[in-house]
Each structure stands twice: as structure tokens, then as C-alpha cells.
Design a binder for this molecule. Sequence first.
Ligand code: SF4
Ligand code: SF4
Length: 430
Amino acid sequence: MAKRKVGKIIRRAGLKFGDPDIEIPIAVDLLKVEGVPQRDTEVSYYSREFPLESFSIAQSASAVWAQKERAEHTPETEELYREYQKKITPWINKIKRSGERVPNVSSQTENPTEIIRNKAKELGYSEIGFTKFDRRYIYQSRKSFVRNDLPNVICLAYEQEYIETQNIPSYSSEIAQGDAYLTQADLSLKLADFINELGFSAQISGPAWHFGPMIPMFVEAGLGQLGVNGQLLSPHFGSRARLQLIITDAYLDYDSPIDYGMYKFCELCQVCFMRCPGKAIQSQRVWFRGVEKNKLIAKRCRPVMARYSGCGICMKVCPIQKYGMQPVMEHYVETGEVLGKGTDDLESYELENKGYFRSGKVPIFDRDFFDMPEGRIEHNLVEEFRDNLANMKNLDKQSEYELYLEFTNALNSSETRNGEVVDMGMDMGF
Ligand code: SF4
Ligand code: SF4
């Protein structure tokens, strides 16, 4: 195809601290929208009338089901998740308390924007941006927890290790994800300390435990655009970005949303849509809660994630993840084509006990592969208890009491009630 005219060149800071800036040429025919198309009044309406809830709470029945499926299909991955939970839990506890720290107000710096950006970069974050903290993206169950006197947000993306990510889905790629989370936890606490020393409060969201969806604020801060795969396509490493927020009362100069050409590029690419083994990704966008997006079908995704080490093929096959935005956009300007599309290098993957799938080939699953419970686990338990009572007429008092005890024990140990982190899955609630 023909060479494309360049519409604009985006200059971004280099990947690591001290690296030179990079320039990304965006073809004129890819330019469409700064950030993501959205209708602000609808975002407000849905957040007010239908507040967001964490997937692990709103769909806790499937989360617990997934845990059992994982233990059966890939016991070593299940064991890895258990180990990971043991390691991350103390970090999450510290992160949850980050907002309680008292800042050193005697040293308040007037405008610390660049000081914080440089410190975050030095610590190891690659993409750093600033915007208004959008409270419409807080889960209902966490609203009372999030401080309401911290109006600004620092968006921080950390790069998950490259090589193991290309082996998705696998045990080793799950280690890469867990390691990224553990590093992020450490770095964010160091950055929060630093902000406290500058004289400001700081409360951390993530990893593994979040106030709510984060991608909208990353887009607003110019750190990427939303892909068909439902993930942030960030300039240096696409959706291999692991995200965190720090909210603060530090005065910050806001960044702006940027058109990286991803809206139109995704329409041409569609690789994640074609390669998803669960057919969970839709090729067409819809308006959902005030945002135009390719809405993921969670009930076709989770059964694959549960049995194939977190899946993540939609991340692995994305050219922006694999090659980075700069080479992909340069290739598009030169050829009008999507770098890697149609090649095994980009598109192939292996599913344990299912086979190796080259570009153009996808696995086939029986219909019942996708059967899983939906909704909150406690709602399902109540229905089960009611059915058990109805099916066991003329129970003596002792049996009735045993049934009741079984029900209350199950209720008490449900993951929703304990607030346990049940998996390392993707954030699905954008
Ligand atoms: S994680 Fe796997 S099943 Fe889910 S959307 Fe991505 S590719 Fe599809
Ligand atoms: S694989 Fe292609 S269509 Fe999917 S998110 Fe990445 S660039 Fe967009």
C-alpha cells in the first residue's frame, strides 16, 4: 500500500530515566479524536444512578468458580496465585493506609509537577501524567474509603517484563505480572513518601486493589488511548503497562488527552478481535456508560482466563505491545499496513493441552465450556438455600438447623465478605 502523509509528530519522553525523547509520526488518515469519544453528561448519569462496582465483588460467584477451575486445569498457576496473594497482601495493607500519613507541611513546594514527574521516572515508572481525579470512577464499595480532599491525580504506568509477556498465556508470564505488581507496590509507597516530604498528602490506588477503573484518567492525562482489547495502548509498551494512581492535594499542571491515531488504527488492525480464543472481544464499538468502546464480553473471557493461566492473548498479540507505538506508526506511514499483522511472530499462541495456534487458526470450545455462575456469590447462596429448603420437605428440626449452618458458613466464607483478592485478572470495568 501507499506511503501515508504525516499529520503530526508526537514527542514523548524516553522509556527510562535519562533516555532521549522519542518522536512518533501519526499518519493524517489515522487522526480522529484526542483521547476517547465520550459524552460527559452520560458518564455522570451512569455513575450517579448505576454506580460502578469492582468485578471481583459484582461477579464474585464467577471469581470463586474460576478459582476452582484453575485449581483443576492448571494447579501450578493456582499455587502461584496463592503464593502471590501471600506476598502482595502486606503491600496492599500498607497501600490502603497510605492516605493516613501526615505530610511535612513545613516544606510545601509551590508547584511540584516536574519534581514529582522526575522522581517517578527515576524510581522506574515509564509513563507519568497528571489530571483531575475523576470521582465518577470509584467503585461503590470503596467510596467511603477514598479521601475526598485530594483533587488531583498522578497516573503511573510501569512496564511489565517484555520477554515472558510474549509467552502469554503461561505460568512464566503470570510470574512476570505478579513481579510487576510487587515492584509497583514498593515504588508507589516510595513516591507517596516523597510527596509527603514535599508537604502534600498522597493516597495510592493499585496494584491489585484499586479505587476503580483507571484507564479514563490515563487517557485524560495523555498517556495513551483505549484499544479494541479494552486496554490502555500506551506509547512505549502498549497494553503491557501496569497502572496505578496516586491522588494528592499537591498543585499539579494537568496534561491533556492526545490523539495517537489509535481509534482509527484499531479499526484497521483488529488482531486482538480475531485472535481472542473466547470470542470475547467485539469488532464494533458501542456506547457504554457514556464512552464509545469495544465492550468486552466478560462471560466469554473469564472461562478462558480461568483455565489458561489468565489468558491475556489480547495483550500479547497487540502490535503496540509487542513492537511499541513508534515503530508501528512509522511502518504505517511507510506502507499503510499494520506491522506484524498476519504473521506468526505476532499472532501465534499456545494453549496448554489444546495446541499451538498459528495466525488464522483459533481453538474451538464446546458450548458448555462457557457455563459459569454469574452475579454475587451471596445472592447465589441465598437462591441455593431456598431451593434446598423447597426440595427437602418435612425436614426435622435438626436437619433444618444443619442446612442453615451450612448456608451461613458458606456465606461467611464467601470471597465478597472477606474482601479477598481472588485473582490477578485484568481490570474489566472501564
Ligand atoms: S483474556 Fe483471552 S479470552 Fe479474555 S478477551 Fe483477552 S484474549 Fe479474549
Ligand atoms: S491488537 Fe490491534 S485492534 Fe487490538 S488493541 Fe491492539 S492495535 Fe487495537
